[in-house]
Design a protein around this ligand. Structure first.
Ligand code: FAD
Length: 388
């Protein structure tokens, strides 16, 4: 078999690339290869499914703004019954005295991109959110519109369903090897013994992207990092509660009638995860997260944890930012990797960007040049400061 484009990984990033390739008019053959067709272990379905504009880098803000626009015209794009349950609840990122200069600089960058974020001091925040304790807080940035959360599985299914009528070959298999001849990737080998010749290979393998790149003899500093999400019930229901990020890095937000929380994984021991380890670390909740929640929202002193899950970030160890575009020497091997915790909200924009690059030879909607592999080769970080 020969395909013009072989995409490795069929979750949100791979599906979005396939979708926009067809939208941009690509008429060649496309194979979308996925080893876990239920997406039981994909970062996409294990994520917290939130979208924000509160990034430090304008390019990241623009990627999210593209997706936000898509969310606002979802039925136009995907049909009248398209619904991902988008709740525009906002983010509230809190800072103490030390974090204030960064919060302000980020806010300036967000305002320059037209985001609807207000920066308020502690008193104003408590007036706005009377359930909040301002202990140790100097200011906070609150997204009045354009930020919130949604159903990740529903979003993935929208793209996957749309692909059914777009002449894409869905292949259920594990990619076990990538062959190269000099500066070209020529084929991929599958665990079922088949080999697919490829005109272009796209790495959309999420947390496994570093390993997939290595199959082609390429270095990509992306590894799985385990991240826990805990679900709890509380008597108090705060309908106005945004996704709150404490200066400690711990976040909490409503999810229907319950709440979810996580963050602040200890730096010590935060290395590459065992790809098979999806066991939640309950001590993290009891010893680290709960005390912070009870301080920040006193009513959360009495909460009932009910369940938890763990997923893997597609963590870029260089700078916690995406790597997008071709390898400088192996030009038919493209990356869409390393999103480090914000890839779900960036996937539609990245799919569109890569499709434009392939079909038109350049980025048209969101310029992703700054995310190019060149910086990896040079060891030059393009750092996002707001990694949650
Ligand atoms: C706990 C948690 C919370 C998160 N919260 C958010 C959030 O609130 N907002 C946000 O924007 N992002 C969030 N993220 C990050 C986001 O989920 C990811 O950045 C995004 O889903 C990456 O999408 P992907 O398609 O690249 O990766 P994945 O969803 O992991 O998909 C990669 C796919 O590739 C397949 N694959 C891998 N290797 C092979 C191979 N060799 N052969 C065949 N198939 C292969 C895998 O089976 C998988 O299905 C979170 C992530 C986690 C873990």
């Amino acid at each position: 078999m020969r395909y013009d484009i072989v995409i490795i990984g069929g979750a949100i990033v791979g599906s979005s690339i396939a979708y926009y390739l067809r939208e941009e008019g690509f008429s060649g053959s496309i194979a979308l290869i996925e080893r876990d067709p239920q997406f039981a272990h994909a970062a996409t379905t294990l994520s917290c499914a939130s979208i924000r504009q509160q990034f430090s880098i304008p390019e990241n803000i623009r990627l999210s703004q593209f997706t936000l626009k898509l969310f606002r015209r979802l039925t136009e794009e995907f049909g009248a019954d398209a619904d991902i349950g988008f709740r525009e609840g906002g983010y509230l990122i809190l800072a103490g005295e030390n974090g204030l200069p960064i919060l302000k600089a980020n806010h300036d960058a967000q305002m320059a991109e037209g985001a609807d974020i207000v920066l308020e001091d502690a008193d104003a925040l408590v007036r706005r959110f009377p359930w909040l304790s301002a202990e140790g807080i100097t200011a906070g940035a609150y997204g009045r519109t354009g930020e919130g959360w949604f159903d990740a599985h529903a979003m993935l299914m929208l793209f996957r369903k749309a692909l059914r009528s777009k002449k894409i070959d869905f292949i259920t298999a594990d990619v076990t090897g990538i062959e190269r001849q000099g500066d070209r990737a020529t084929s991929v080998s599958l665990d079922n013994g088949e080999t697919l010749e490829a005109g272009t290979v796209i790495n959309a393998a999420g947390p496994n992207a570093g390993k997939v790149a290595a199959m082609a003899g390429l270095v990509l500093p992306v590894e799985p990092r385990k991240r826990n999400v805990f679900v709890f019930e509380a008597r108090e229901k705060y309908a106005d509660m945004p996704l709150l990020v404490d200066p400690s890095g711990i976040y909490v937000r409503p999810e229907g009638s319950v709440y979810i929380t996580g963050g602040a994984e200890p730096e010590e021991g935060d290395g590459p995860a065992d790809p098979a380890d999806f066991e939640p670390d309950w001590p993290l909740f009891e010893e680290v997260i709960w005390p912070v929640l009870a301080t920040r929202i006193p009513a959360f002193e009495a909460i009932k944890p009910t369940r938890a899950w763990a997923g893997h970030y597609d963590y870029n160890t260089l700078d916690q930012n995406a790597v997008i575009g071709p390898h400088p020497h192996v030009g038919n091997f493209l990356f869409a990797n390393g999103f480090s915790g914000h890839g779900l909200q960036q996937a539609p924009a990245v799919g569109k960007a890569l499709a434009e690059l392939i079909v038109h030879g350049g980025y048209r909607t969101v310029d992703c040049s700054a995310f190019g592999y060149g910086r990896v080769a040079e060891g030059r970080a393009f750092r996002e400061l707001n990694v949650i």
